[in-house]
Design a protein around this ligand. Structure first.
Ligand SMILES: [Zn+2]
Ligand SMILES: [Zn+2]
Ligand SMILES: [Zn+2]
Length: 376
């Protein structure tokens, strides 16, 4: 520190420098039954209680009724194609209106969907400014374990996150950022309220611009010749209101429990039509002719499409392995949909073409379409 800095005045030794923004390790008490993360990499996730051990019953399987493959008529196929053509500016509707159908071939497409609705619980320390609010601390009893805290769930299969305060986990401590002072020393001026003027380097004078040697000095306009300027960060006070406790000096700490409900969906469609891009099915609906719902569903058996039976067994196991160790499975639902798909073959101007009509929405996919301006 040089003489010029001493000119800036002294700082108030009673106002502390800024402390850490987060409570330092060891600052917070342990709360029975809670492994709240103390450092990075700590896992705040609570696995389901030890008595939770979901197991599907042995030898119980689900039977599915057999449905008929839906077919579309020529009129429906033509209307769908006309709509499709209208959405493409370079296609003419003439071929769609005048084509001759050769065959409408329905394709059996099943979509299997497994949904698993889970609840997960994690916790973390939180704090807020303490301004005399009620403190629900350990003097009111022991904090209930994470899975014993009643938190009403949303409607089934709805994703939601709910944050609740763990009962009896609260306590009040002096603010760690300002050491309970409510203010922190301004880091920009080191608590002095003013800074050396950069325009004149603290001298109060500047060289007159433009002229040479004879010019002499002129009073610095940036600081009006004072050589120092008021600190803009603290408005000359030398301190700032603490950004953590907002001046209240004390903080109320508590454990916050985060409850997450999530519906995980896995779908499968066997690839039976190499000419049709399976991705297209994602945008359309089918007819859900089989819906099976239970806390845990059982693999499908005896359905004519063996691939659906196999995928049901595989996905149910996969979901069970994925979720039962980290979450509570609240409900499962498996659905088989019949997704309409018709391969429409036609001729136009003596040439063969085809397109697909798919989904309940009767969408069209055509890899090739005749050009309108054919010269005859
Ligand atoms: Zn300052
Ligand atoms: Zn100046
Ligand atoms: Zn503070």
């Amino acid at each position: 520190m040089d003489d010029q800095d001493e000119d800036l005045g002294a700082f108030d030794p009673n106002i502390p420098e800024e402390g850490p923004s987060a409570p330092p390790p060891g600052w917070l008490d342990d709360v029975h039954g809670y492994q709240v993360p103390k450092g990075e990499g700590d896992n705040p996730l609570y696995p389901p209680p030890p008595d939770y051990n979901p197991q599907p019953e042995l030898n119980k399987n689900t039977l599915v009724p057999i449905v008929r493959v839906p077919t579309v008529s020529e009129d429906v196929a033509r209307d769908a194609l006309l709509k499709f053509v209208e959405s493409k500016w370079r296609y003419s509707s003439k071929p769609a209106r005048n084509l001759t159908f050769k065959e409408l071939q329905p394709v059996t497409v099943y979509r299997y969907r497994l949904e698993t609705y889970t609840e997960t619980r994690t916790s973390a320390w939180q704090f807020e400014s303490y301004n005399g609010q009620v403190v629900d601390g350990p003097q009111f009893g022991m904090s209930p374990p994470p899975w014993d805290i009643p938190v009403p769930p949303p409607a089934r299969y709805t994703d939601k996150v709910e944050k609740v305060r763990v009962p009896h986990s609260s306590f009040v401590k002096p603010c760690h950022k300002c050491n309970g002072c409510g203010r922190t020393r301004c880091g920009n001026c080191h608590g002095r309220g003013q800074k050396r003027c950069f325009g004149c380097n603290g001298t109060g004078f500047r060289r007159r611009p433009g002229n040479h040697k004879s010019s002499g000095k002129t009073r610095c306009s940036a600081c009006s010749g004072r050589g120092r300027k008021r600190c803009s960060s603290c408005h000359g006070q030398g301190y700032n209101t603490c950004s953590v406790c907002h001046g209240s000096q004390r903080l109320l700490h508590f454990i916050q429990l985060t409850v997450t409900w999530k519906n995980d969906i896995t779908e499968f469609i066997p690839d039976r039509q190499p000419d049709f891009p399976d991705k297209k099915f994602e945008k359309v609906t089918g007819d859900p002719f089989f819906v099976d719902e239970s806390m845990l569903v059982y693999p499908i058996q005896g359905f004519p499409d063996q691939e659906i039976c196999d995928v049901s067994t595989r996905m149910i196991n996969e979901h069970l392995n994925r979720f039962s160790s980290t979450s509570r499975i609240l409900q499962q639902r498996q659905t088989i949909e019949m997704v309409p798909l018709t391969h429409a073959y036609y001729t136009y101007n003596g040439k063969d073409y085809s397109f697909f009509v798919y989904g309940v929405e009767n969408r069209v996919f055509a890899a090739k379409y005749p050009t309108a301006c054919t010269i005859l």
